[in-house]
Design a protein around this ligand. Structure first.
Ligand SMILES: [Zn+2]
Length: 106
């Protein structure tokens, strides 16, 4: 007998990404968001420990989206739509994580 956990199912990226895709955002912006997710994804085991879903912290993701929107100079009307995509806070008390780096939000 082994204690290894079998991973049977992955749910693709967070829902936030499918919402972003509908906004037809610039490729440069989307690439930065995808690469953030690749760097920060972790697996969350569900219920019976036989399945896992891929997630990243929604608050940190939202913070990175905000920062990236400024960096790539998204037009303000587009930025507004992007920021309103989720209700949660961006980051945690003014900071968010990108892999092992703590980043301050402006
Ligand atoms: Zn977070």
């Amino acid at each position: 007998m082994t204690n290894q956990i079998q991973i049977h199912a992955y749910e693709p990226r967070p829902n936030i990404l499918s919402k972003l895709a509908k906004l037809a955002l610039p490729q440069q912006f989307m690439e930065k968001i995808y690469s953030y997710i690749e760097r920060n994804i972790f697996l969350k085991l569900i219920k019976d420990k036989s399945q896992a879903i891929e997630i990243c912290c929604p608050a940190c993701l939202k913070a990175h989206i905000k920062k990236t929107a400024v960096e790539v100079k998204l037009p303000s009307e587009v930025s507004r739509k992007v920021f309103n995509i989720t209700n949660g806070n961006a980051g945690h008390m003014g900071y968010y994580l990108d892999k092992d780096k703590l980043i301050k939000l402006d």
